[in-house]
Design a protein around this ligand. Structure first.
Ligand code: ADP
Length: 797
């Protein structure tokens, strides 16, 4: 308190001129004001700080200033510490503010505002000491910034003294080397140095001692786990305030990634170099900028010959606009994928290639050129062509094979084979010659011919008798001659000698034997062409294949011929036998009928009638056989007349009912007549066949259902039983001749009834079908067109 009073006195009381002198000369800014804030004193340092000289006794303490808080916000003047002090008369904390001077520059100040009281402790004014800390602040910021940079750096930033002891360690160092700051501070830097590199450290230190900086040396250091890490280090001397070197700062950058990139780069160039594809880059003017070995192989130019030249040297003139298109695409950032085109090599030969062109971008994403990968597709194109040809050949082979195997007529087979192979081989003519020595006639020696007139061969000897083709016919050998004129026996023997002038001049020959399964040579296929070298190995193979198929078919057709003639003989026999049987049967029946009429003895009559019934049965069988052979030989005749089916079926049922006792026939006939046009007797036979079967194959049932209905233009007749039924497989074979199902033991029959029935119905433009369930019964039904349909048709015509 005592002191304060003294202090007050010095300022406001009688001015101590000595003191004022001290203030005036002080480098620390100082001012005083009265209780209203009006300036009563300021020194020079204060005006320097303010940047102006205020009017003493007139201006208030702060009029021209703008004050900011340290955070940067503008501080209302009445809230400034000195204003508050004047307003309250109370002392204020020392504080730090920023002021803006009239010239716009800033100063950071530490201010110490103090109140002044008189003896009575009344507030009479204030004084303020202003300490300019602007510079210090800057250093502080700089420091903070630097350490922030050091801390946030990805690089390891380490400082060490001249003994190599680590003095500072940033988080980058921790990240790269794995040690925390605490673990390494005070340790020797050598913990980071691989044993075999300790010399490096001595070298670095000796440079540092001399004040030299060590720039970007690439070396290895070890991390906490003992892994060697490739790094790039820069070591700089650290000097104290007096310029003395006291240590070194070390910035280490982990370059593993960069090395990886380099490795990748190396790998990529190795790939580019070793690629069989041409990998070329060019700029946007189409000038070649790089050229790999593949490019050299494909196009024939060396790298030196190609780089710097225009890419157009590879483009055939008629395709030059392709390059314009490609460049346009590339410039707009588009990629061209597998564009198949033609380029030319150094020798001017055209090569089919497939190219992929992609834009090349610089680091800023600007398109600066294009990379081009070109693949020579000649081999592919060739193999594709070969493949297409092969497939075509296969297809032909297949169709020829199919058609000859389906064919059982010898002439047809040979003609097809000759035609197809002549076409396939590109021969001018093709022919099949029988290997038949006895047959001398031309028709026999030359069976089929393709591409040349028959007369062309008139004068020719049998190929079998020529030296060239003998091996084909005797030793089953394929003979392929590229140029018959160069053949040893050319000019001396047939076929050349035998060739009349103006007739076939043949130079290329191909002969392939057709060998039967038995091993005998059936004949030979012979092809010729007036130009040399026409027939290839491929042709040979193809013909050999077809010849083999033809041989099989020929064998089959021979077999068929044999079987057919056997079967013809059998049919002939059946026809003859049944005809021969028919005559005595008719006679027997006649006598029996006469006897039966005359006979009065009951017993004898019964026997006679039974005999007559068996004769009828026998007659039917013989009739069936006869009809079958008539059908087979196409001699089944019809006596066509118009008749009413309804009437006919009613008659059949009536007669039939008499002769069977086991079954009742349930008939549904409708009221209207069903007139059709046809052979009444045969249709009657068809219905009777179905009825007989229904009875025969339903031994345990006692009803047969017969119906006739008219549906549209057809009459439909159904015969249904509740008998043994049919399996689906049986149903399929039912209508073939001599077919009898396996479950018919004990039931007599020849397997001809349904066959004949079907023939009869179909010959009348009808259809016959069956539905059946095995074990439950069957229903046979057939349709026949009503006569009305035909009448209508006739009218229409
Ligand atoms: P067949 O009666 O003389 O044997 P078909 O040609 O009339 O000759 O008949 C051929 C075969 O069809 C018969 O053997 C029999 O197995 C079968 N079949 C024909 N009709 C019937 C039927 N209604 N039910 C079951 N099976 C039948």
């Amino acid at each position: 308190m005592q002191e304060d009073t003294e202090h007050d006195n010095r300022i406001t009381g009688t001015i101590n001129t000595n003191l004022q002198k001290i203030f005036d000369d002080s480098t620390i800014a100082f001012y005083a004001c009265d209780a209203e804030g009006c300036l009563t004193y300021f020194n020079k340092a204060a005006t320097d700080l303010w940047g102006r000289i205020p009017l003493l006794g007139k201006e208030f303490w702060s009029g021209a200033w703008k004050i900011y808080s340290l955070e940067g916000s503008l501080m209302p003047l009445e809230e400034s510490p000195i204003a508050k002090l004047i307003k309250t008369g109370q002392p204020q904390e020392k504080s730090e503010v920023r002021i803006e001077r009239p010239d716009g520059s800033f100063r950071t100040l530490l201010i110490f505002p103090q109140p002044q009281y008189n003896d009575k402790h009344e507030f009479i004014g204030a004084h303020n000491t202003l300490i300019d800390v602007t510079g210090q602040q800057k250093d502080h910021v700089k420091q903070a910034t630097l350490s922030a940079i050091v801390e946030s750096s990805d690089d390891a930033i380490i400082s060490k003294d001249l003994n190599g002891t680590i003095a500072s360690w940033n988080s980058g160092a921790e990240r790269i080397f794995g040690y925390s700051e605490a673990e390494v501070l005070g340790k020797s830097i050598t913990i980071l140095i691989p044993n075999n590199r300790l010399d490096e450290e001595n070298l670095i230190i000796s440079n540092i001692v001399q004040g030299k900086r060590v720039d970007h040396i690439e070396t290895y250091r070890v991390d906490k786990l003992g892994n060697e890490i490739p790094i790039s280090v820069t070591v700089s001397p650290i000097k104290d305030a007096f310029g003395k070197i006291i240590g070194a700062s070390k910035v280490a950058r982990d370059i593993s990634d960069r090395l990886n990139v380099e490795e990748k780069q190396a790998m990529l160039s190795a790939i580019v170099e070793s690629s069989d594809d041409a990998i070329i880059s060019k700029n946007l003017n189409g000038i070649i900028t790089s050229w790999n070995r593949g490019a050299q192989d494909i196009f024939g130019y060396t790298e030196a010959e190609a780089v710097g030249k225009s890419i157009t040297m590879l483009i055939p003139s008629e395709r030059i606009e392709e390059e314009t298109y490609i460049l346009e695409q590339v410039k707009s950032g588009k990629k061209i994928d597998h564009f198949e085109t033609i380029r030319k090599n150094k020798a001017g030969e055209e090569i089919p290639i497939s190219i992929t062109v992609s834009p090349i971008k610089d680091g800023h994403g600007n398109i600066v050129g294009a990379s081009k990968v070109a693949r020579d597709v000649s081999a592919q194109v060739q193999s594709q062509v070969a493949m297409e040809k092969y497939i075509k050949n296969l297809e032909t082979l297949n169709t020829v094979g199919k058609s000859i195997s389906e064919n059982l007529d010898v002439q047809g087979i040979l003609q097809r084979v000759t035609d197809a192979t002549t076409k396939l081989t590109g021969a001018a003519f093709g022919a099949f010659f029988y290997n038949n020595m006895e047959q001398e006639g031309n028709t026999f020696k030359l069976f089929t011919l393709s591409g040349a007139p028959r007369e062309a061969f008139d004068m020719m000897a049998m190929p079998r008798h020529t030296e060239v083709f003998l091996p084909t016919f005797v030793e089953k050998k394929v003979v392929r001659v590229d140029d018959i004129r160069k053949h040893p026996s050319h000019g001396k023997n047939s076929p050349y000698m035998g060739m009349p002038k103006g007739h076939l001049t043949v130079v290329s020959y191909l002969a392939v034997p057709v060998v039967s399964k038995s091993g005998a040579v059936i004949g030979g296929l012979l092809y010729g062409h007036p130009e040399p070298g026409i027939f290839t190995e491929e042709h040979e193979l193809l013909v050999v294949n077809i010849a083999a198929q033809a041989a099989v078919s020929l064998d089959n057709s021979r077999l068929f011929e044999q079987v057919k003639s056997l079967s013809d003989k059998k049919d002939e026999f059946i026809a003859l036998a049944s005809h021969e049987l028919k005559t005595p049967l008719t006679t027997i029946k006649g006598y029996l009928q006469v006897l039966a009429k005359r006979e009065t003895d009951q017993m004898s009559r019964l026997f006679l009638n039974k005999s007559l019934h068996q004769v009828d049965k026998l007659n039917t069988l013989v009739e069936d056989l006869l009809n079958m052979s008539r059908i087979e030989s196409g001699r089944l005749d019809f006596n066509v007349e118009s008749f009413d089916m309804r009437e006919m079926i009613q008659d059949i049922i009536e007669t039939f009912s008499y002769s069977i006792e086991s079954h009742t026939i349930v008939a549904t006939m409708g009221n209207s007549p069903a007139v059709i046009k046809g052979d009444k007797q045969r249709i009657e036979q068809a219905v009777l066949n179905l009825l007989t079967n229904a009875v025969k194959y339903s031994p345990k049932a006692n009803k047969i259902y017969v119906s006739l209905e008219i549906v549209g233009v057809n009459a439909i007749v159904r015969v249904k039983d509740e008998g043994i039924g049919l399996t689906p497989q049986q149903r399929e074979q039912l209508f073939t001749r001599f077919y009898r199902a396996e479950n018919t033991e004990g039931i007599s029959g020849l397997g001809l009834g349904l066959y004949l029935t079907k023939q009869i119905i179909e010959r009348h433009d009808g259809k016959i079908k069956v539905t059946s369930e095995f074990g439950k019964g069957s229903e046979f039904f057939f349709t026949l067109p009503l006569k009305i349909k035909k009448l209508k048709k006739e009218k229409a015509v």
